[in-house]
Ligand binder design. Structure first.
Ligand SMILES: Cc1cc2nc3c(=O)[nH]c(=O)nc-3n(C[C@H](O)[C@H](O)[C@H](O)COP(=O)(O)O)c2cc1C
Length: 171
């Protein structure tokens, strides 16, 4: 039987895709077998023993294609070990308000699945990479500009998922 892990993601400007690629590199260093693909390219979870699923946050929640992926595959995602990550720019603090605002990002997902692990990572604000409409929204909500990704915490979380999944993918 396949021992493969799937890392799948939804991204608009690329920063979430890069986070997924980094997680994949960390897991491969642990000799784990995996695929890294956008959610839109996944039609079946049958080849996989565990799933890491991530989305950029837009307008307070996961991207629609990531939510659709969860809806379409909810039965199997509730059976397999599953870890979720979100990449965002607002509510980055460790205070109660930021934490509870971050939790609401996952409301549309928690209606369908109950993952073993979850994380929110600070992402990238780059108005030059956005279309006109998104640039206007970004300016309106005063989204910070810059690359706020904390690669150390992304690496550590990837190692946590490797440990969490190890019993199912190494036997
Ligand atoms: C139009 C727009 C809306 C956004 N909405 C939110 C939001 O509601 N909350 C948040 O924390 N970040 C928000 N962000 C920031 C993105 O989540 C962040 O830039 C992330 O790194 C984007 O990921 P991507 O590069 O994979 O698309 C928004 C960004 C844009 C451009």
């Amino acid at each position: 039987m396949s021992q493969k892990i799937l890392i799948t993601y939804a991204s608009r400007a690329g920063s979430t895709a890069e986070v997924a690629l980094r997680m994949g590199a960390v897991l491969r260093e642990q000799n784990l077998d995996l695929d890294i693909l956008p959610v839109k390219q996944i039609h079946s979870l049958e080849p996989y023993r565990a799933v890491i699923l991530g989305s950029a946050i837009r307008m307070g929640g996961w991207l629609p294609e990531a939510v659709k992926f969860v809806q379409d595959h909810q039965v199997i995602l509730n059976e397999l070990p599953c870890a979720l990550f979100s990449v965002h720019l607002m509510n980055m603090g460790d205070d109660e308000t930021s934490r509870s605002n971050r939790e609401t990002y996952l409301n549309s997902v928690h209606a369908f699945i109950h993952p073993r692990l979850e994380a929110c990572f600070a992402g990238v604000g780059n108005l030059n990479k956005l279309g006109l409409m998104e640039r206007m929204i970004g300016k309106m909500v005063k989204a910070p500009e810059g690359d706020f990704r904390d690669w150390k915490s992304i690496n550590n979380w990837a190692l946590d998922t490797a440990r969490e999944f190890s019993s199912v993918v190494r036997n």
